[in-house]
Write a protein of this length. Sequence first.
Length: 91
Amino acid sequence: LLEELKLDGAVDYKCADRTIGEQLDELCPDGIDFFFDNVGGEVLDEVLQRIALHSRIVICGAISNYDSGNINKKSLIQGPSHYIKLAEMSS
């Protein structure tokens, strides 16, 4: 993934040894400048806790909720828990 797409780093959300947060802390010690998300859920929450000042965050979907069976039950859909960080960090 890193070589083929020429990425600086990647997170393995299925990793049993380290949490998503631990992986992000290692890969982005100065914060996350850009993130495109179409999943939502835990990954988005972890990213939002680590965004840099004036970062750019694109939220384009919430596939983590699509298969939950709650897509038509708006009160049961889980949104990003840390979305207020977007305002705090002028993102």
